[in-house]
Ligand binder design. Structure first.
Ligand code: TXA
Ligand code: MG
Length: 366
């Protein structure tokens, strides 16, 4: 469901799905998209984490178009993307030692680092904060686009504000076609959840958003850092402006189940049979380990009822689960289910980052 009204813009799509390991061809295909960015227009593009909606970070009116296209509250700051280390001097006052260590270890890659900003960055990028988040993405499409554009690019996730982040080109087209100048349609995102956001302006540094690069990996590079606990409220988290808004919400209410895999399975079967008995189209977020068992029970006990069971991946491969989490939520939107019943994961390592997203998508945790 798309809640914003006018979709009046002409959006040009740049299809690069067929390009594998050919930087030259990417450059040819992305030249016009890069020009659009340099000229102050908005272009969505794939990164290794999720698709981003970019605009020239040094151009205030360009950045404002991002907030408009997404319907994003203006007090939620954006991440600035760079392709070269030399671009940092336009963006931040200084690169603290811990930030430098993080860059050496994880850039290009899925870690955004918050540092003190320079005044060359317009207020609307940072929502008026005196800090700015910066990231150097890893995938070839983003790298070539940023390099050709020649400017730092502010880019939040390329979804309508509040909806699940986009990990496939069709997600971006669904949300933003008609609202942005360009969309680079590449392959699906390998990581699937957004970058780890770490603020190095406080001591110890604080992870404001967990990602595929875990607390343990960060600590192995810069020593102890703080991390907001899992079901924390805004008041426990220092300086996390985006935290107070609805996130990742599928159209239907979503109930997240906790406990052992056996308990979750039993509880979800029971809840599914109950909602199906009331005529509610029911979606189940299962795992590779449980999907067949749900199908078996429901086909026996609720034959002919309107339900769908999707696997989010295997419990033995949490990177795969991270890659699938937003896609599953969006597939249930497409199917127009009335309720989503979801299994949860142990909140450890990457599981912690997956649960950070699922907690926010859920309307209730049982
Ligand atoms: O993987 C990603 O980070 C993706 C891709 C496109 O790079 N981008 C992304 O951006 O997820 P967005 O806008 O959806 O999330 C940025 C998060 C928000 O929670 C925002 O509040 C936080 O980073 N953030 C940005 N600048 C900040 C700052 N100066 N201080 C504190 N938090 C900040
Ligand atoms: Mg986002």
């Amino acid at each position: 469901m798309n809640t914003l009204k006018d979709k009046a813009m002409k959006t040009k799509t740049f299809d690069v799905t067929d390009i594998i390991d050919d930087k030259r061809l990417l450059e040819t295909r992305l030249k016009e998209a890069a020009e659009m960015l340099a000229e102050g227009r908005t272009v969505a593009f794939p990164t290794e984490t999720v698709y981003g909606l970019g605009a020239n970070a040094l151009d205030e009116s360009a950045v404002k178009k991002i907030y408009e296209a997404k319907g994003r509250p203006s007090d939620n700051p954006l991440i600035v993307h760079v392709a070269e280390f030399s671009q940092l001097s336009d963006i931040v006052e200084e690169v603290p030692e811990k930030a430098e260590k993080l860059m050496k270890a994880f850039w290009p890659g899925p870690v955004s680092i918050i540092m003190r900003r320079k005044n060359t960055i317009p207020d609307c990028v940072t929502a008026g904060l005196d800090t700015v988040a910066v990231r150097m993405p890893e995938n070839a499409e983003a790298f070539v686009l940023l390099k050709l554009a020649g400017c730092p690019v502010a880019a939040p996730s390329a979804n309508i504000s509040g909806k699940p982040s986009p990990t496939r080109p069709e997600h971006v087209l669904h949300d933003l076609e008609g609202r942005v100048s360009g969309i680079v349609a590449g392959r699906c995102c390998e990581v699937g959840i957004e970058s780890t956001v770490i603020d190095v302006t406080s001591e110890p540094p604080v992870i404001l958003r967990p990602g595929i690069i875990t607390k343990e990996e960060i600590e192995s590079v810069i020593g102890p850092v703080l991390m907001a606990p899992r079901k924390s409220t805004v008041k426990n988290i220092p300086k996390a402006p985006g935290m107070k808004y609805t996130h990742y919400a599928p159209d239907a209410p979503m109930i997240l189940y906790e406990g052992t895999p056996e308990k979750m399975f039993g509880d979800i079967c029971e809840a599914a049979l109950e909602s199906l008995s009331k005529g509610v189209k029911t979606g189940i977020i299962a795992t590779d380990e449980t999907i067949d068992s749900y199908e078996k029970i429901l086909s026996e006990k609720a034959a002919g009822a309107d339900y769908a069971v999707l696997s989010i991946g295997s419990r033995s491969d949490l990177n795969m689960v991270a890659r699938g989490v937003f896609d599953v939520l969006r597939r249930f939107d497409e199917m127009e289910v009335g309720i989503i019943l979801a299994e949860s994961f142990d909140a450890e390592g990457v599981g912690f980052s997956i649960m950070n997203r699922m907690d926010k998508a859920a309307t209730e945790i049982r």
